[in-house]
Structure formats: C-alpha cells, structure tokens
Ligand binder design. Structure first.
Ligand code: AMP
Length: 357
C-alpha cells in the first residue's frame, strides 16, 4: 500500500488542454486535487482545477515550485521538452517516466521501439538529407509518406510521395533535417487502443476504437470496432506488449492500421489520454481519464467492459455551435472544453452517442 496516494493528494498535470481538463474532472470525482502547469492563461484544464502555474516549460524556478506542491506529476500532451520532465522527475514521481516521452517524440525511435517489442510497422527508414531520401525511396518504393520526426500532428509535417513527386521539392517542403520515409500502407481501417498500466505492473487495454479522419483530423471513433475478434485481440495484445516493454505507469494510446490482410501495424504512440478514447466516458465501465488517475496514484485499475456501443464525434470549429440541438438529442452526451474562440480545425468539444438497447 505504500505506493498508493490517498484521496486529497495533489496530481500535477503538465499541459492545460482538454485532456488535462477531463483528467482533472475525473480526479476530482475520486477526491484528488489537481495543479496544472501550462504557459497558457485561462486554459481548459485550469478552469476546473484547484491551482494553476502559468509559466514556460523552461522556467526552472516555477518548475521546482510546482514539483514541491504536488504528490505525483503526469502530462497531457507529448511535445513538452524531455529536459523539463527529467528535471521534474528528480523532485517528484513523474508518470509515465521521461524515457517514455522521449520515445513518443521521435518517429524513428517510436518505430524502432515498436519493432523491438515484436509489433508490426510500415516499412520505414530515417532520412536526414535529399540523398538519403532518394535512397530510401528506391528501397521502399512509391507510394510512400515522408514525415518530420518531431512535432507532426493531424497530418501536418508530412507529404505523400507518389510516382509524380519531385523528391527535391518534397524534401524542401518539409523544412527539416530529421525525417522518416514510410511505405504507404493500403489500410482497411485505422484503429487505436489505449492501454493503462499501474504502479504494480498490471496492464489493461481498452477495447479497440475504429477511427475515421476528415482532413487528417479525427472525426469519429466507434466502439466496438467492426473487425474480427482475432484482430481485436491482436491489437490489444500489441498495446499491452508496448506498455510492458516501456515499464509504463499511466496511459499509452497506440494508433494502428489494419491492413487488407488483417495485419495490425503500429503507426504512432502517445503516453497520455487520447481523443479516440473519449468514448469511454459514457460507453465504458471506466473512462480513460479515471484510469489515468488510478494508474498514477497507485489505485487498482478499473474494468474496461463496453457498457454501451458508442460513437464519439468531435466538435471541431463551428460545429460546437450545435450544442443546443445535441443537448436535446436522447442518449447524446455532450462534452465541451470551455474554449471561447472557435477557430477552424480547433477541437472545441465532442459528443458521445450511446446505443441503449
Ligand atoms: P500520422 O501523423 O502519422 O498519424 O498520420 C496522419 C494520417 O495520415 C494517418 O491517420 C493516416 O490516415 C495517414 N498515414 C500516415 N502514415 C501513413 C502510411 N504509412 N500509409 C498510409 N497512410 C498513412
């Protein structure tokens, strides 16, 4: 029991976005208090948390004060400098530990790691200049996808290499010297699995979500996924294997492709709650945010049975303006993030439509 943080303890969350907000709400329900660390004023997470430090990720004094004020630290997005998290880990337990963050921040490290864990990936090769790109294209073939290794999201920082693509122009467009070329996967479905692993080493994968993107941004996640049972099992087992190899404490979201042959290939991992796991708030016996709180505080993990088949739909930009209609829909559970400005492409909220039989 020594590793268990009692209710009343303070969870420090780095990052102030909606994932932090929903983690803080789940923490509050279990009697924990949250302290957010973010460079942003009036962040979605700070609106629902007891305390916020507004400071940069390089502010050593603010980081030290934050670490002294909390009992455990977690993070809600992965583009935090690893140095920051390493510094914090000398002052307070950081879960997941900094090396997990480092793997998730670099696409080649991520794929090497997935391969080393026995998981399948697309063909890939690290590329640092135009000559290497030419070599990689001749080995992997076309079509392929060239991606920056760091800071890419929602399809940003990547370019498709087709038969017609001029490689010099493609390389110049990426504006980086650290990239990866991936073979193009003609996938049948995109799915994801969120796995939790506790302080005691117990790992538990949520059911597979089937994801549909529009303009490279997640639009819907559907559970149960329309895949054979063997594929569901393989995807969850892959996620558990990754979590175990990382000695994760917390959550790991694993995005995967299911190929036409039913093979599961790992595309990306993120050591935090994930948009494709929002369905768990209303459709699952334990939601991903509560599971994160349970994992980092040393509580036993909660069960992950599907209670209701659920379709999660993101509300992006102006779509959040439909809140009144959604509120009137039976079995539609509305979640809004408290963001005032509805910019195009900005995630403003989501709705979980549950199927009650
Ligand atoms: P990512 O930033 O890696 O998540 O990629 C964004 C989206 O681009 C994915 O959700 C896929 O739809 C597509 N994509 C990425 N990598 C590949 C690949 N190697 N083959 C085919 N499609 C891909």
């Amino acid at each position: 029991m020594t590793d268990v943080l009692a209710p009343g303890s303070v969870i420090g969350i780095i990052g102030g976005g909606q994932l932090g907000r929903m983690t803080a709400l789940a923490a509050a329900r279990l009697g924990y208090r949250c302290h957010i660390y973010t460079p942003e004023e009036n962040s979605p997470a700070s609106q629902v948390s007891e305390k916020t430090t507004v400071a940069s990720y390089e502010d050593e004094n603010a980081l030290a004060e934050f670490a002294a004020a909390v009992d455990v630290i977690t993070y809600e997005f992965e583009n935090i400098p690893v140095d920051t998290v390493q510094r914090l880990s000398k002052l307070a337990p950081v879960r997941p530990r900094p090396s997990v963050l480092a793997v998730s921040q670099h696409r080649v490290a991520e794929k090497d790691f997935a391969r080393d864990s026995g998981a399948g990936t697309a063909l890939y090769q690290g590329v640092t200049d135009l000559d290497q790109l030419r070599n990689a294209v001749s080995e992997i073939g076309r079509p392929a996808v060239l991606k920056t290794c760091r800071f890419g999201y929602d399809g940003k920082g990547q370019v498709k290499i087709t038969a017609e693509t001029d490689l010099a122009a493609a390389w110049a467009s990426l504006k980086t010297d650290d990239a990866v070329l991936e073979g193009f996967v003609s996938f049948e479905k995109e799915v994801s699995v969120i796995v939790a692993r506790g302080v005691d080493g117990t790992a538990l994968a949520f059911p597979v979500a089937e994801n549909h993107h529009v303009d490279h941004i997640l639009s819907t996640s559907t559970v149960p996924a329309n895949i054979p049972e063997a594929t569901e099992k393989a995807a969850r087992a892959t996620a558990v294997a990754l979590a175990e190899r990382l000695e994760l404490v917390g959550l790991l979201a694993v995005e995967m492709f299911v190929t036409d042959e039913g093979e599961v290939l790992v595309n990306e991992v993120a050591p935090r709650p994930h948009n494709s796991g929002h369905w768990t708030q209303d459709g699952c016996a334990t939601c991903q945010f509560e599971q994160l709180v349970r994992a980092v505080t040393g509580l036993p993990l909660g069960p992950v049975d599907v209670l209701f088949p659920t379709v999660m739909q993101n509300l992006i930009g102006d779509e959040a303006g439909q809140w009144l209609d959604i509120a009137a829909e039976p079995h539609a559970k509305l979640h809004l993030y408290g963001k005032t400005e509805a910019r195009p492409g900005r995630k403003m909220g989501h709705v979980n439509r549950i199927k009650v039989s």
